[in-house]
Each structure stands twice: as C-alpha cells, then as structure tokens.
Design a protein around this ligand. Structure first.
Ligand code: NAD
Ligand code: ZN
Length: 241
C-alpha cells in the first residue's frame, strides 16, 4: 500500500479504467462468472446488432432488466473514492460500463466506451431520447418506440457493432498521457478496451489493479495488484492519502 500511496502523490495525471466488476457491489450483474447475465441470456440472441434487427422485442427482455437495474442502483464507496481522487489528480474515468454510476457518484469526466443506457436511439432516423422519459412505460413492460414507429435501441454498443471512435480516441489519449492508471473490476479480455492499460504501461504509467482474481494484466502489466472488492480496497487506499 505504501508504494501505491507514494505513486499517487507523485502522479500528475491519474486515469481510472473500470469494468463490470466496478458495479457488482451496487447490485448490477456482470456478464461473465457467477451470476453473470450470459448464464441466462445468450449474447448472440439477445445483445447483437443482428438480433436487434430481426427480433428487437426479444432483445428488450434483456434491455429491460439492464435499464431497471441501472436506474435502481446507487453508487458504492468505491465510486465515491473515485470522486475524492479527483482532488489528488484523477483526470478522467474510462469505463466499459453502461449504467451511469460514475456520473451518479459525481465524477466530472467519464468516457463511456460502450455507450449508455441513459439514452435510446432510433435505428432508422438516428434520433436520440432520454431513457428517463420512457422509464414508466419500460417498467410496465412496454417497448419504447420512436415517432417514426421503429422500436428504440439503448444507445449502447451491441455485439457486431464498433466502439464510438471519438470516445476511443480520447481514451487512448488519456492512456498515453496519464502517469498512473487504476484498472478496476475488469477481466481485461474484451478488445480493444482491454488494450488501454497496456497502452498506459507502454507510456510509462504505473498500473494499479484491483480485482477479485488475477487477470491477464496482473503478471504482465500491473505494477501493483490488490486482490479484493473494489468497494473495499479503493476506499482503504484513498483514506490513507
Ligand atoms: P467482465 O464481466 O468480463 O469482468 C468483470 C471483472 O470484475 C472480473 O474480472 C471479476 O473478477 C471482477 N469483479 C467482480 N466483482 C468485483 C468486485 N466487487 N471488485 C473487484 N472486481 C470484481 O466485465 P468487463 O471487463 O467490464 O468486460 C465485459 C463487458 O461487460 C463490457 O463490454 C461491459 O460493457 C459489460 N458489462 C457492463 C455492465 C455495467 O454497465 N455495469 C454490466 C455487465 C456487463
Ligand atoms: Zn425514428
């Protein structure tokens, strides 16, 4: 811990890179592993662009659960620690999560690599809407539609879709420019997002990883590995600053 504290004090520009494990303690199911959504929903059938084009109603079974979970969830101490870390040089949060919890906690700059459940988009006329304004209907089981009649899609990156290039570019720039990166609750296997800590490392940033278990980053990329829950380990660390 002492060495990490020293690294944080020395760092001028800190970035946090977060994955589904960041939200688990807020009650949001990850995709893989225990209680993972993919144990119940086949990703190809429920969360791919082709599935949405053919059977959007079926995809909405999954979207409804994800939207309700996210709107019902509250940030935990780990999220609030990242807000506190802004006073010690945290410049931005790069997240693979689509639940909006970093913004709810109050972080200033959040780069959402996989989009957000807080918006819906029409696949035909590309109009965007606030999910909030359809929330009651969604809870009641209605599937939201655009004025043009098409079923709306959460503004998130589905399988077979590419990441928003402008956000990805910004994330890469952050990775190159930071001198310390936290990698929090991510299995670091989904590309190209998983390459972000590797990129930071190549630009000589220190990498601090917190996860319940080792990942491909742990031995190869991370300078420090804290094994445990991000909602416990991160506040412990920040309290020592
Ligand atoms: P992942 O499911 O592949 O991995 C989650 C990682 O978090 C695992 O390595 C696990 O060991 C770790 N973990 C679980 N609970 C933890 C805790 N309390 N503290 C610390 N670590 C913990 O998720 P990923 O790496 O983000 O990548 C896969 C995809 O999952 C992304 O595409 C993302 O969009 C999507 N996803 C997002 C959400 C969300 O928005 N909350 C939920 C499910 C999936
Ligand atoms: Zn439309």
């Amino acid at each position: 811990m002492d060495e990490i504290i020293e690294n944080i004090h020395e760092a001028k520009r800190i970035t946090a890179f977060t994955g589904a494990g960041m939200s688990v303690e807020s009650g949001i199911a990850p995709f893989r592993g225990k209680n993972g959504l993919w144990n119940e929903f086949d990703p190809q059938a429920f969360a791919s662009a082709s599935a949405f084009a053919e059977k959007p109603e079926r995809c909405w079974k999954l979207f409804k659960i994800q939207i309700e979970e996210s709107f019902d969830a509250d940030p935990h101490d780990g999220h609030y620690s990242l807000v506190e870390l802004e006073e010690h040089g945290l410049n931005s949060v790069i997240t693979q999560n689509i639940d909006g919890l970093h913004q709810k906690a109050g972080n200033d700059s959040v780069l959402e690599l996989h989009g957000s459940l807080s918006r819906l988009i029409c696949p035909s006329c590309q109009n965007r809407f606030k999910t909030k304004s359809f929330l009651e209907d969604i809870y009641e089981g209605y599937i939201p539609r655009c004025e043009c009649g098409k079923i709306l899609k959460p503004d998130v990156v589905l399988f077979e879709e590419s990441l928003p290039q402008d956000i990805l570019q910004q994330a890469w720039k952050e990775a190159e420019n930071c001198d310390l990166m936290f990698s929090l609750g991510t299995s670091a296997v989904v590309q190209p997002a998983a390459s972000i800590p590797t990129m930071a490392k190549r630009s000589e940033a220190k990498i601090v990883e917190i996860n319940l278990e080792k990942t491909p980053l742990t031995e190869e990329v991370s300078d420090h590995f804290l094994k445990g829950k991000v909602g416990e380990k991160l506040p412990e660390l920040i309290n020592l600053l």
